[in-house]
Design a protein around this ligand. Structure first.
Ligand SMILES: C[S@@+](CC[C@H](N)C(=O)[O-])C[C@H]1O[C@@H](n2cnc3c(N)ncnc32)[C@H](O)[C@@H]1O
Length: 198
């Protein structure tokens, strides 16, 4: 990330309020979807209540705090030091600071290798095509990844940050994963996927 981009994100978060802990949008959307209503367990129920989670480009930390409140040990990464400070304070306010490691990381350089593997990986509204393979590779067997990007599909004003239609479905249709949910509407594409247990 360029220094200019980092400063822009810092400025955007400078006056931001603490985030409310909230689940990834895709899990909420999946629970509301027609097909999901027929399931006995919702995708939200599939999120484990122990283990390790990674929040990629965590922003103000809403998903980090939710994952930690669920019982997971969460590593939250973002290039903006202001966002990372906000995430730490959001976790503090939610009473889960002890389960959150918030780190300034430029994800253009990849996910740091020392972080190991995860039971859950969330990446919401940060398009990182070069990281898609590592989202699966960093998942433990049976682990869950939840990814949402801005998409050209249904976008009013598609721009440089919008993914071509179907980008996530193509990237995550792999022999070692099951796509549990896919949605592409109103300028966003989401997938929820599980790495095969073995
Ligand atoms: C639109 S926000 C999304 C934040 C959060 N995931 C959410 O859904 O609210 C995008 C985030 O990506 C971070 N970001 C952008 N480029 C980055 C990079 N190269 N490395 C790490 N974080 C980056 C920004 O600082 C910002 O917090």
């Amino acid at each position: 990330m360029s220094a200019d981009d980092a400063s822009r994100w810092d400025a955007r978060y400078a006056d931001a309020e603490l985030a409310e802990p909230s689940p990834p949008d895709a899990l909420v959307a999946a629970d509301r979807s027609e097909t999901d209503r027929t399931r006995k367990a919702t995708l939200l129920d599939l999120v484990p209540v122990a283990g390790r989670a990674l929040d990629v480009a965590c922003g103000a930390g809403a998903q980090t705090a939710w994952l930690a409140a669920r019982g997971l040990e969460v590593v939250a990464l973002d290039a903006s030091p202001v966002a990372i400070d906000l995430t730490a304070r959001t976790a503090d306010a939610a009473g889960v600071r002890s389960r959150v490691e918030a780190r300034v990381v430029d994800l253009d350089l990849g996910i740091p290798t020392d972080l190991g593997t995860f039971d859950v990986i969330v990446c919401q509204r940060f398009r990182a095509v070069d990281l898609y393979d590592s989202f699966v590779e960093r998942l433990r067997p049976g682990g869950l990844a939840v990814v949402t990007v801005l998409s050209r599909t249904g976008a009013d004003h598609p721009g440089a940050f919008h993914a071509p239609s179907g980008e996530l479905r193509t990237a995550f249709t792999r022999p070692d994963t099951d796509v549990l949910f896919h949605q592409e509407t109103a300028g966003q594409e989401s997938v929820v996927l599980r790495r095969h247990p073995t």
